[in-house]
Design a protein around this ligand. Structure first.
Ligand code: ZN
Length: 163
């Protein structure tokens, strides 16, 4: 292996809860120890995230690589909150998923739930749109959604992301 320049930077935490986003919402993982390394070269990505952690009472550590639009949050376990259940109970006793797979609202709903919770590390931001007139920020829907502001009926423009 040849020596290459690297922008890797590692942060370490203890007794934290790691939140990651997946197909149907946010997963919470309690970690006894957690290392998060940014600036990782992985496949065609120059800025992937490597996550390594040990769960309490488990002997083997686990490792994840987050590459495309990485998103994670780290919260002291004493302050951790539970992500919303991705399944909703219907009146007839059946369960349906809250949104379709990879709907950005899984992430933005959780970001909203975290308001007021001390976050030790935040990487990435959910896709939101911004009203040009009243600056209300609205979660983007996977389906494209309405492009009219729910507050003032003004035009809404995407703020970040390229969904
Ligand atoms: Zn508006």
């Amino acid at each position: 292996m040849t020596a290459t320049e690297t922008n890797e930077k590692t942060q370490e935490f203890e007794n934290v809860t790691l939140y990651t986003s997946g197909m149907f919402g946010i997963s919470a993982t309690a970690c006894k120890t957690l290392k998060v390394t940014t600036g990782v070269r992985y496949a065609q990505y120059n800025d992937a995230i490597r996550v390594e952690y040990f769960e309490p009472r488990k002997r083997n550590g686990r490792r994840l690589i987050l590459d495309y639009k990485p998103w994670l949050r780290v919260v002291d376990t004493a302050n951790a909150i539970r992500p919303a259940d991705p399944l909703i109970h219907t009146g007839s006793g059946a369960k349906v998923s809250r949104y379709s797979s990879f709907d950005p609202r899984y992430v933005t709903d959780f970001e909203d739930a975290l308001i007021g919770v001390p976050v030790l590390l935040a990487i990435g931001a959910g896709d939101r749109e911004k009203c040009m007139r009243c600056t209300t920020r609205v979660a983007v829907t996977h389906e494209g959604g309405s492009h009219v502001c729910p507050v003032c009926a003004g035009e809404i423009r995407r703020e970040n992301g390229d969904v």
